[in-house]
Design a binder for this molecule. Structure first.
Ligand code: 1HE
Length: 269
């Protein structure tokens, strides 16, 4: 599968800690600070937020990856030292806004993981909708060893994937999960050989990009919220979302396509 991606211009080109490229309806956003293992400083997290909020309408799916040998070494620890308690609070809230912009934005994000996915790197990865992990991937939450706590939404998102017990273990003991264990525990949905992550992500992104916008939006916005609700409230919200989605013209057209034998059937592969 070949892909032609071209470098973004304008505001995206000015984002020095990201490399943004567009290929048709897909944007490829790369963390671009390989010399520091893509450690996320304040500028980078703000650029990521601006990038997600500023995507052109033509973009229907994002592939997120990391330049160099690792996906992301987490928070830039060199910026941590001088922060007061109040500044620490605001810093964490800044990460929350940025990762919410990614998780609860307009388009789904497929993350390609390789090498270290550590601390804030795992917080970032867990905000994506789909994770493809190359064989070199390993996951760690060394916050416990560094004397800090997760601050980028990890305590909310990571237990949803691996459970509270596994996250507790990772934080208390420094346990590191390799690609295989991460896959088994739900940190990634797809496992691929080294170097094959982007190709797999592109295959998935192309499928995602052909769904109706409203259907993708419902999956991204309603599913995590429904998971927060009681049984009864969850079912009510589901009914609202279902009615809205099926009332959309694009959904009606797809139903007609199926009934008039123009749409594909569901098959095993
Ligand atoms: C960094 C960072 C960083 C690398 N902040 N500068 N995250 C961590 O505790 C992970 C810390 N990093 C590592 O364990 C290792 O760097 C790696 C396993 C990721 C990669 O090892 P390696 O041998 O390939 O690289 P390196 O030689 O350790 O690092 C290369 C450079 O990147 C070096 O700088 P240099 O100036 O000496 O070349 C490192 O200092 C720098 N570097 N990682 C700052 N994280 C929202 S709250 C989230 C809380 C957290 O994320 S806590 C977890 C932080």
């Amino acid at each position: 599968m070949t892909a032609t991606f071209t470098a973004a211009t304008g505001a995206f080109a000015g984002m020095n800690f990201l490399k943004v490229e567009f290929g048709g309806s897909i944007a490829h956003v790369r963390l671009n600070r390989p010399a520091k293992r893509n450690a996320i400083n304040d500028t980078m997290i703000l650029q990521l937020q601006a990038c997600m909020l500023g995507l052109p309408e033509s973009v229907r799916c994002v592939i997120l990856s990391g330049e160099g040998a690792h996906f992301c070494a987490g928070l830039d620890l060199s910026e941590l030292g001088e922060r007061s308690v109040g500044q620490g609070m605001m810093h964490s809230r800044m990460w929350h806004s940025a990762l919410d912009a990614l998780q609860l934005g307009r388009v789904p994000v497929v993350a390609v993981l390789h090498g270290a996915v550590i601390g804030g790197g795992l917080e970032l990865a867990s905000a994506a909708h789909i994770r493809v992990a190359e064989a070199s991937t390993y996951y760690g939450l060394p916050e416990g060893q560094r004397g800090i706590f997760v601050g980028g939404g990890g305590s909310v998102r990571v237990p949803r994937l691996v459970g509270v017990a596994c996250m507790t273990d990772m934080m208390l003991t420094g346990r590191v999960l390799d690609a295989e264990e991460g896959m088994r525990r739900g940190l990634a949905q797809y496992a691929v050989e080294d170097g094959k992550g982007f190709k797999e992500a592109l295959r998935l992104a192309r499928k995602i990009a052909t769904n109706t916008s409203l259907s993708n939006f419902a999956v991204m916005q309603a599913l995590p919220r429904i998971a927060d609700l009681s049984h009864s409230d969850g079912l009510f919200m589901e009914s609202l979302m279902a009615a809205i989605a099926q009332g959309d013209d694009a959904a009606k057209e797809r139903m007609r396509d199926f009934l008039e034998k123009r749409a594909g059937k569901v098959t095993k592969s």
